[in-house]
Structures are given as structure tokens and as C-alpha cells.
Design a binder for this molecule. Structure first.
Ligand SMILES: [Zn+2]
Length: 390
């Protein structure tokens, strides 16, 4: 039986599949909708408390198309919602609920299109890749990307349905985030020469990183991005408790966002060298002192060429609604692209409405996505190489 996009959206919005929590309920609801039309593969993580889903339709020995989405949503605590975030609420043309824009709206459109894909996919297979924990650094997509890239016929195209107002986006910056914990030696503030000040150590490191950030403004540029250079940002720096005590603990978090094609490894080496210098300086004051570095999250940049056959094919699917652009936010697209699958970003909703109270998607936006997927269903009757052209 054909189920509408809005009915499916209602069903999946009502599961609070918040990032960094177990996700069996949302997986079960999606698998139930998909099972009559697609081969459903469950990809559990090592701990068994998260599962990614791969829904496949059509002959796997031929190269196909991937539709990618994450099923986690950001938390709602402390946000002034005017309706239940986990109950789809219609007001006029707008549908409110956590995840309507980011990105269960796209998931609902794709699930509603499965019967059309199943009716059409004789030549070109379609794979729907649904990850978890995307919002904390694309943690749940790795197994999906590896499985798809290792298929006998790797996919020729991936569309990540993050909210772009159904405009085609071809590139975004890559990002790595870190936490540094400095451990020094405490003491009386009158005797700082016998202690090792963790706050001073990280304050000095922060200043060096800020200098490097200034330097990056004058480094490699790509005018397709705003700003058109790599950014290095310090998000937090905490430490110390009292004026008369030398602090022995301080914690800092910072991130690098690199433009595609620029020499990001060289910037990473500069950061490593600054951290090593700060560590050595702190250890010179107290041999037991340490600077511990944790990587919090990392995803690669996306840089599909504006004039590529894949960008042209997705533009046609969207009804030629403008040239492919870039986005300021990161997505799982960089991971697919890095694995050799040409990838574009295009989906219903607006990133400006995501992660906030009263997140919404317009019925009209969902209809545009439904139309895009209907055009795709027709093309699945032909080999992908025939229509992924300039
Ligand atoms: Zn998202």
C-alpha cells in the first residue's frame, strides 16, 4: 500500500531519536516501512546500541545511486518549543517537529518513493543509506560508506539529503575538532615558581593558535566559500578556581575548518608543533605535567566539480533550479566522496531552521523533493551511465 510522505514523516518524527542515544525504535519503524520494497540490511555498531540501515532495490551487480541521510536529531532541552517537538504539527503550509528539516523530511520522501523505485529499478539499483550520530561528528556513516564502496559495482552517484531548500550543493569545508586537557602542578599563588600553571599553558597555546588563524586568512583561498579561507576557532577555555591557588587543570576545545584542495595536512602539522611546544614548556616547569589531546570529531571536505556530470545530473533531477553552490555546514558527503563515490548535497528544508525550537519544513519543499525522487525513479529504468552526463 502506498503511504504518503507526510504519514511517514509523522511516524518517524514521533520517535525521539536524539543523537548519542540508542536508536532501535527509529530503525524498527523505518525497516517496517521499507521491508515490502527493499532488501533491508542492519549494520550494528560494535557496542550493539546503534544500528545503521541500508535499504537496497535493484540489481547489485550494476552501479547504482545512493541516497544518504542520518536518522539522529539534536536534543530539545532548554528550547522554547510552542508544540510537542516529537509530534508532527501542521500550521498552514508548515510542518513542525524536531528533525523536519534536519533531516527526517528527506528520509520520509525517500521512504515514500520506495514503491516507485521498486517498480522501476530494473537497470540501476538504488541504495538508501541511513546513519546514526551524525550530529556529533559523522560517527555512524563509516560502515555504510565502506560497504557501498566495496560493492561489486560501486555506486556512480550519491545524494545526501541535508536541508538545502532543494538547491544542489557541491562542496563544503572539512572539519576536525579537538579537546586539550592540561595537567600542571598546584601550589600557593605566592610560590608560582614551585608550581606549573595549566591555565597559563593553555592561554599561551590559545594565543599561538589565534596567530595561526590570522595567518590562515592570508593563506589559500577559494572564493566559493564564506569565508574563502581555512578557519581555526577556539570554542572554550576553562581552568582555575581561586586567585590564590596555581591551577593544575585547564581544558580547551578548538576546531579547524579547511577548504577543499588546500594543504590541510600542513596546517595540522603546524597545530601539532604548537601543541608539542606548549607541552614541552609545561613539562619544563614540572616533569609530571602533561597536555593530553583528544580528537572530538572529524570529517573530510566535499569538493565535487561544478562542471561534473554528477552535478549536472542532480541539477536536472531538481528541475534545473540554479547552478550548484557550496554550503557552510558539514555533512557525510565528504566521507562518500573520499571513498570515491561522486556526491552532491540536496534536500528539503533549511539549515537555518535546524537545531532550533519550532524547526519546520514546508509541505511545498517536501513536494519538490517527492518530484525529484519521482524523476529519479524514471531514470532507474536506464543504466546510470546513460543519464549521469553533462
Ligand atoms: Zn543534518
Amino acid at each position: 500500500m502506498q503511504v504518503s510522505t507526510e504519514e511517514i514523516l509523522e511516524k518517524i518524527i514521533s520517535v525521539p531519536s536524539v543523537t548519542d542515544t540508542e536508536n532501535s525504535e527509529v530503525v524498527a519503524r523505518i525497516a517496517e516501512v521499507a521491508a515490502p520494497f527493499a532488501r533491508v540490511r542492519h549494520l550494528p555498531n560494535a557496542a550493539g546500541d546503534r544500528t545503521a540501515l541500508l535499504l537496497s532495490i535493484g540489481p547489485e551487480a550494476r552501479p547504482g545511486v545512493v541516497l544518504s541521510a542520518h536518522t539522529d536529531v539534536v536534543a530539545v532541552e532548554g528550547q522554547p518549543w510552542t508544540s510537542d517537538p516529537f509530534a508532527l504539527t501542521a500550521r498552514g503550509d508548515r510542518l513542525y517537529g524536531r528533525g523536519t528539516s534536519d533531516m527526517k523530511g528527506f528520509v520520509a520522501c525517500v521512504l515514500a518513493a520506495l514503491p516507485a523505485f521498486a517498480a522501476a529499478a530494473l537497470e540501476t539499483p538504488v541504495h538508501v543509506a541511513l546513519s546514526y550520530d551524525e550530529e556529533i561528528g559523522c560517527k555512524g556513516a563509516g560502515d555504510l560508506v565502506a560497504l557501498l564502496a566495496a560493492l561489486p559495482a560501486p555506486p556512480l552517484l550519491c545524494i545526501v539529503g541535508e536541508p538545502t531548500g532543494m538547491k544542489v550543493k557541491r562542496a563544503h569545508k572539512g572539519k576536525t575538532g579537538w579537546r586539550i586537557t592540561a595537567t600542571g602542578r598546584t601550589g600557593h599563588s605566592a610560590l608560582p615558581h614551585r608550581a606549573a600553571n595549566a591555565v597559563t599553558a593553555l592561554a599561551r597555546l590559545a594565543a599561538r593558535l589565534a596567530d595561526l588563524a590570522d595567518e590562515l586568512r592570508h593563506g589559500a583561498r577559494d572564493q566559493a566559500f564564506d569565508p574563502p579561507y581555512a578557519t581555526l576557532h577556539i570554542g572554550s577555555l576553562h581552568g582555575g578556581g581561586a586567585l590564590n591557588v596555581v591551577p593544575d587543570k585547564a581544558v580547551m576545545e578548538f576546531e579547524l575548518r579547511g577548504i577543499p584542495g588546500a594543504d590541510t595536512p600542513a596546517i595540522l602539522r603546524r597545530i601539532e608543533a604548537l601543541v608539542a611546544e606548549a607541552r614541552a614548556a609545561l613539562k619544563a616547569e614540572a616533569e609530571e605535567a602533561e597536555l593530553a589531546v583528544e580528537e572530538l570529531s572529524s570529517y573530510p571536505a566535499l569538493a565535487t566539480a561544478a562542471g561534473s556530470a554528477e552535478a549536472a545530473a542532480v541539477a536536472r533531477l531538481c528541475g534545473d533550479n540554479g547552478p550548484p553552490g557550496t554550503i557552510a555546514f558539514g555533512t557525510e558527503a565528504g566521507l562518500y566522496s573520499e571513498a570515491g563515490i561522486p556526491t552532491l548535497v540536496c534536500g528539503p528544508g533549511d539549515i537555518a531552521r535546524a537545531h532550533k525550537a519550532d524547526e519546520w519544513v514546508a509541505r511545498d519543499e517536501l513536494a519538490q523533493c517527492d518530484a525529484m525522487l519521482a524523476r529519479l525513479a524514471e531514470l532507474l529504468r536506464r543504466p546510470a551511465a546513460d543519464w549521469i552526463t553533462r
